[in-house]
Write a protein that binds this ligand. Sequence first.
Ligand SMILES: O=C(O)C[C@H](O)C(=O)O
Ligand code: SF4
Length: 522
Amino acid sequence: MDIQKFQESMYSLIVETSTNLPKDVRRAVKSAKQRENAGTRSALSLTTITNNITMADDNVSPICQDTGLPTFKIKTPVGVNQLEIKKAIRNAIILATKGGKLRPNAVDSLSGENSGDNLGEGLPVIKFDQWEKDYIDVRLILKGGGCENKNIQYSLPMELEGLGKAGRDLDGIRKCILHSVYQAQGQGCSAGFIGVGIGGDRSSGYDLAKAQLFRSNEDVNPNEDLRQLEDYIMKTANELGIGTMGFGGETTLLGCKIGVMHRIPASFFVSVAYNCWAFRRLGVKVNPETGEINEWLYQEGEKIDFALEAEKAAKDEVAAAAESDVEASREITLQAPITEEQIRELKVGDVVHINGRMYTGRDAIHKHLSENPAPIDLDGQIIYHCGPVMLKDEEGKWHVKAAGPTTSIREEPYQGDIMKRFGIRAVIGKGGMGPKTLEALSEHGGVYLNAIGGAAQYYADCIKSVEGVNFTEFGIPEAMWHLNVEGFTAVVTMDSHGNSLHKDVQQSSLEKLAQFKEPVFK
Ligand SMILES: O=C(O)C[C@H](O)C(=O)O
Ligand code: SF4
């Protein structure tokens, strides 16, 4: 095989997967948008999402800054050298990382050191199979960490919150899957896609669940029971009212694919792999002699161009919003340093536009600040839970290539204390935070702002300059970047008066979940 050509093919596959959302996923996002009422938070969030998809197309830049854990599934004809393929993929990964198409995401689990090139022990994941066909089939999924953290595995029989007993039968499986969507709330950047694996053991069950994510979102399950279950879950999960980013709304789930395998008598696992709306998976058929791509997979049907859609919809949306009974949100502009008085003015539902300075800080920084002084004065400042994709130019200046929010709940143990200790007035992230932070927001005068998860191009565009950085030793995503922004828009979802949209949506979705307690499948 021409291995240089094969490496180029793998590079194209990586770049396309990271920057260009597949057709079936675009169609699912479009239909979600059509279901939401104009003017609601969910509809506005979906507009940001579809604008972001277009920007990623235009900039050939990552749709989401978290380019995930690259997982390749490869089928080769007998006789193809798999070692050569592995090497070519690793080289392509290095190049894609250098070019800002992938974020350096490989972290030493013990030392915390980022390898900087996406290679590491066990990374990227490359799984091989042989087959009788005469071409190489390579599929790639870039699944981010926020949605990966919302995967869940059930061991039947068990008792489920809201749904009661789940037994070792189709109806017990039904309950597990519904519960999996409920427990994800908005934290995996809903609306999501789920792959479900029934049976196996703990590891093969999850493998089966993830394999479902390689099915086209529009295929029909050949197993009649599972076909019915998939349809039921799609309909019912969308009645939970979790909505885009967990803001409430009509669409919570964009796809559900279920697979089954045998199990051993004592075990009955239902494993669910949750994927965010930024569902980046593609595939190619490669000629084993030339190394060239013969065909791209997942290319059936219409490709939605959201730029055209936006033009068509703009007028209708304005008219519909004017007519709709949805109350327009208050819009407020903030610039740090922010006073306690300004913060106490803010209420859940307000839309905030930020100009001026913000500082990124995620997992490593929160732990560090909980034990050490801050490297800069954070009094009145804004912390952005974000691990961006950054590139340095020849003059040594940093540029932001992608910069959406990360899941905030991981900082729950630290956030309140850090805000109080350093005088931080606002944190921006996604998915919301818990009771400890909510209490600290009241006590101290702070606010939680929810940005749209995955909208990494949209937010990168709001960042006008990078003014400094601390803690580069934590790696690019974990460093504290000093950003100057203009028109950075987010929604107040937790305020200083004890209100939390996340708490409310969790409560109301649990009540809705409980309505599906009665058996459906015999
Ligand atoms: O690591 C990130 O940037 C985001 C992550 O995918 C998340 O959803 O929290
Ligand atoms: S930030 Fe959201 S969209 Fe991006 S990888 Fe994480 S879960 Fe997916």
